[in-house]
Design a protein around this ligand. Structure first.
Ligand code: KIV
Length: 255
């Protein structure tokens, strides 16, 4: 059965929510078959798949193509598509772009900060996941909310996301204690990344956990496999066999 907004909300405090990024058909098929709750087409796409330095070059065209590919691979997981920077600066743009992502099969969109835009989208029947803390579209890659003032700001933003009707909120790159406090004082599920173990759920960038990205390796990104190394070995083996005339063999030929 397809995972729904109601199911995600009902998991708070009962069962950890597991989210992972996905960008293509086959990876999302594997994630879905493994039983992942939510697949996020994150704008991390720009860095880990498209090779940009940050997420700022990602366009709506990129997001639509990759969201559609993920949707073709995943049957059960809930699908959330990130809205790229500059695509939700006002209500009209936000609605237009969010609707386009829903049209290619997203079940919800994620936006960084901007609870007032989230409220407008929710009012127009578009489920929204909030995202606060280290929000890469506007903040540098370092832990946020370490002093009292910025911690209060992040807490307030999370509460505003809840009030705006977001069905969940990502807490990225903030101290464990702050994430715990936000989780305990909001009624919507919190999904952490670099925010400690006390959130209602966890998200990782798939390429980080699979060893398929080598430019950054943040402390919180536990590596579950080293597929990059396996890929290089396979390519080296292929090169060697072709050069040495060991591949293709007769069994790979048509007669
Ligand atoms: O773009 C992304 O992958 C994200 C996650 C890190 C939450 O926003």
């Amino acid at each position: 059965m397809k995972t729904t907004v109601e199911k995600i909300k009902s998991m708070k405090g009962k069962e950890k929510i597991v989210m992972i990024t996905g960008y293509d058909y086959f990876t999302s098929k594997m994630e879905d078959e493994a039983g992942i709750d939510i697949i996020l087409i994150g704008d991390s796409l720009g860095m880990v798949v498209l090779g940009y330095e940050n997420t700022l070059s990602v366009t709506m065209e990129d997001m639509l193509r990759h969201t559609a590919a993920v949707v073709r691979g995943a049957k059960k997981a809930f699908i959330v598509a990130d809205m790229p920077v500059g695509t939700f600066d006002n209500n009209e743009d936000a609605a237009l772009n969010a609707e386009a992502l829903m049209k290619v099969g997203a079940d919800a969109v994620k936006i960084e900060n901007k609870p007032e835009i989230a409220e407008f989208l929710v009012g127009n029947n578009i489920p929204v996941m909030g995202h606060v803390g280290l929000t890469p579209q506007t903040k540098e890659f370092k832990v946020q909310g370490k002093d009292e003032e910025s911690a209060n700001e992040i807490m307030q933003l999370a509460k505003q996301c809840e009030k705006a009707g977001c069905f969940s909120v990502v807490l990225e790159g903030i101290p464990r204690d702050l994430a715990k406090k936000i989780t305990e004082s909001t009624s919507i599920p919190t999904i952490g990344i670099g925010a400690g173990p006390d959130c209602d759920g966890q998200v990782l960038v798939s390429n980080d956990m699979l060893g398929l990205y080598d430019k950054l390796s943040p402390k919180f990104a536990k590596r579950y496999a080293d597929l990059g190394i396996e890929m290089k070995k396979a390519f080296q083996n292929y090169i060697k066999e072709v050069k040495e005339k060991k591949f293709p063999e007769d069994k790979h030929s048509f007669h």
